[in-house]
Design a protein around this ligand. Sequence first.
Ligand SMILES: Nc1nc2c(ncn2[C@@H]2O[C@H](COP(=O)(O)OP(=O)(O)OP(=O)(O)O)[C@@H](O)[C@H]2O)c(=O)[nH]1
Ligand SMILES: [Mg+2]
Length: 377
Amino acid sequence: MNARQEAQQNGFEEMWEKVQEILGEHVMPRIMVGGKTGVGKSSTLNALMGKHVYETGVLPTTRTIDESVWETRDGDIVVVEVPGLGEAKASELEDEGYKECIKNLALLKAHLFILVLKCDDRALELENTFMDKLKIEPLLSELPVIVVINQIDKITPVRDWEPDKLNLKTPKTEKEKNIRLFVDYVATLPNFQQVHDKGRIVPVCAGESYDDPLQYGIEDLKDKIYSTLPDSAKTIFARATELKKEEGDRITKRYSLACAGAVAANFTPGSDALLIAPIQVAMIIHLGKLHNIDVSTSTASGLLSSIGLTLTGRFIAQEAVSFIPGLKNIVGPPLAFGLTYTLGKVVNGLFAQGKLDATKEDIKECLDKCECEGNFV
Ligand SMILES: Nc1nc2c(ncn2[C@@H]2O[C@H](COP(=O)(O)OP(=O)(O)OP(=O)(O)O)[C@@H](O)[C@H]2O)c(=O)[nH]1
Ligand SMILES: [Mg+2]
């Protein structure tokens, strides 16, 4: 390695470290779930993940507060069940034992709490008291809460359940009106108002199995969870719940902005491409993570140069900046953003098809698709 190459390598490593710092590590989403027995906690989780992971049934399966392990791990998501809440009475939450239990929950460091209710159950004293307890436990008071109102299919009149036609915004049928009444009722309970204000009360039908065609609201719930999770947990959640398009877009935008920022702060003429390359490599690796593809730094660099060449060619023609002498000198933040953005779209498209060794034709095809969808900036 000569001195120049070494300098480049060092620059790369330095930038690489910075990128890692900015973008943080990926962590498994940790979701705390609670609610009375039989409301559909397990069914809701199964519906979210599109597979049967958790036992469902008419017999109680929620753990008691004496059991020490409350975590279940399905590959990608850690679910922390609130022990004993299933059968407890509101007054029991005042017991010393339960107070201890809530303290222990705080130590499990969940990112989010999903409280599941059953539509039509107006006896919500237990849930209301539990929400109160969360507020006073310092480590849990900031925990974001999503309230799921499940089993809306069972609300009267039970017979007409047509989830495709359900309109809860402007309810007209008796069923729509009854569901809406219940949602509004929950929203006015003292400890639920804040959740309502944040738009986090979600009516759903998890259905009788994870792939029940009569489900309702699961995609909406997924989106709410996704947007509530911290960025560090988003990629793995999106991978587990097939939200790859949204997360692919988020990753791409974020790294494109990082590239534009790096270029804006760069005063060394002609070195923009060198500066943004590590960020683009990091983006490719991150997108690999989303699609469960293990991408090494060298594979990502290879992909970057093959896509980069095709891309730069098109961009230069398109932007009519014919004075740019090739890849080495990309001018300005907008072009850095645009190039990286399109690169991310192409890589996301390739990875979605499981293509790591993309041919020129694959790349062109993906690029044409991006162009058709108006993805050029
Ligand atoms: N019709 C209908 N049935 C549902 C729905 N959600 C759950 N069920 C059924 O209700 C029963 C209880 O669901 P579970 O998911 O096991 O409830 P749980 O809250 O996990 O119960 P425990 O773990 O015992 O506390 C099962 O028989 C589910 O098939 C729904 O939206 N609609
Ligand atoms: Mg269960």
